[in-house]
Design a protein around this ligand. Structure first.
Ligand SMILES: NC(=O)c1ccc[n+]([C@@H]2O[C@H](COP(=O)([O-])OP(=O)(O)OC[C@H]3O[C@@H](n4cnc5c(N)ncnc54)[C@H](O)[C@@H]3O)[C@@H](O)[C@H]2O)c1
Ligand SMILES: [Zn+2]
Ligand SMILES: [Zn+2]
Length: 371
């Protein structure tokens, strides 16, 4: 079908998105087509444009945080039908590989190919100007229709508003799960969240859920500090330097139990101040994307080993999409998870470059493209 989508023709060059006509193919075996209600604007798509995540192919249809209604199903699909409401998971889960069956579906074998530039079978579902288009995370939610692997779609109840549900595709589980699962947070913990964007604000929500006693949010933007407190942070400051005396005072000088890093880009200087703020035996969680080729970083390895600290990477918040996406939808329905308040601004697809500019300026918790 002909529709419009936001493409990068020269990824990694900061040239911005062009919104133009695209052709979206019908579903093949084990695929579905979804009419999207909305797509969140996540920093990981920005990384395709600025080169933090380099792509050796083009063009790319961006967007990996969406939800919508199934309009067509391909062969061999028994668990979804036309009319079902789904959240799209930016990492597919086959349900059969070793990682899936051992409760680590964020690391499903299928996920290895999400930045490969084609559908899992090596062909394209989207075309523009006569060329095959790769889709971010097999999804490409910067278009009102997407043909995606059924393994990347998770059914949710029909009464959950789809525009809000879109955020459960990436930012909400990634942030919430970074606290709840990756950090293995405990009741009464003192927690620092560094970077209050669409991901970090949900790490604050996760810390609230786990019963953290003190939640210190760090973000240089005043609006983010205010929002963090609305979402349950007990303290909000602009820098590691400003947070240090607060953490010291709250913990009798021991340091924070958990420090979760959700800044826009994980530069090499982001970990050492986090380590200095972490107590002996405490956990640092790194959720942010770093420039893929970055190898150098500042990190005191002696103290790291001799104080028994842990550094934990966090992919998709270590969530299992088939369990956690419906869980989050239900938490929202029960009033235990904020989604409405995450959406600072709504945009039309044509204003996508403005949405990214606003994200870069720190103006949004999450921007949402609405179809
Ligand atoms: N691990 C995963 O599975 C996963 C999933 C989604 C996103 N991400 C990554 O998470 C990161 C955050 O994404 P987002 O969409 O929330 O971005 P965002 O732009 O919405 O938020 C980033 C926030 O970090 C703040 N910030 C920047 N530098 C800072 C610093 N030195 N100290 C404190 N705060 C600082 C910014 O002001 C902004 O509020 C990105 O790198 C993104 O690619 C990772
Ligand atoms: Zn994302
Ligand atoms: Zn799998």
């Amino acid at each position: 079908m002909k529709t419009r989508g936001a493409l990068l023709w020269e990824p990694g060059t900061n040239s911005g998105w062009t919104v133009e006509e695209i052709e979206v193919d019908p579903p093949k075996r084990r695929e579905i087509t979804v009419e999207l209600a909305a797509s969140g604007v996540c920093h990981s798509d920005q990384h395709l444009d600025d080169g933090v995540i380099p792509l050796p192919w083009s063009p790319v249809l961006g967007g990996h945080e969406g939800a919508g209604v199934v309009t067509e199903v391909g062969d061999e699909i028994h668990d979804l039908e036309v009319g079902d409401h789904v959240v799209l998971s930016f990492l597919p889960s086959c349900g059969r590989c070793r990682m899936c069956v051992s409760g680590r579906s964020n690391m499903c074998d299928l996920g290895n190919g999400v930045l490969g530039g084609t559908a899992p079978d090596g062909t394209h579902r989207v075309h523009a100007r006569g060329k095959g288009v790769g889709c971010m995370s097999y999804l490409g939610t910067f278009a009102p229709y997407a043909t995606v692997p059924v393994d990347a779609a998770v059914k949710i109840p029909q009464d959950i508003p789809l525009d809000k549900a879109a955020l459960i595709g990436c930012g909400v589980p990634t942030g919430w799960g970074s606290s709840v699962y990756a950090a293995d947070m405990q009741l009464g913990d003192t927690v620092v969240v560094v970077g209050i964007g669409g991901v970090g604000i949900n790490a604050v929500q996760g810390a609230v859920h786990k019963g953290a006693r003190n939640i210190i949010a760090i973000d240089p933007v005043g609006f983010k500090q205010e929002q963090a407190q609305e979402f349950g942070a007990t303290h909000a400051v602009g820098s590691y330097e400003d947070a240090a005396p607060i953490v010291e005072q709250l913990t009798n000088g021991q340091g924070a139990d958990r420090v979760i890093i959700t800044v826009g880009v994980a530069t090499g200087d982001v970990l050492q101040p986090a380590q200095e703020m972490t107590r002996r035996g405490g956990v640092m969680v790194l959720t942010s994307a770093a420039p893929v080729m970055q190898r150098d970083m500042e990190f005191d390895l002696f103290t790291f080993a001799m104080s028994g600290k842990r550094l934990q990477g966090s992919l998709y918040g270590t969530t299992n999409s088939r369990n956690d996406i419906p869980l989050m939808a239900e938490l929202y329905r029960n009033g235990d998870l904020k989604l409405d308040e995450l959406i600072t601004r709504r945009y039309s697809l044509d204003d996508i470059n403005q949405a990214f500019a606003d994200m870069q300026a720190g103006a949004n918790l999450r921007g949402l493209i609405v179809y």
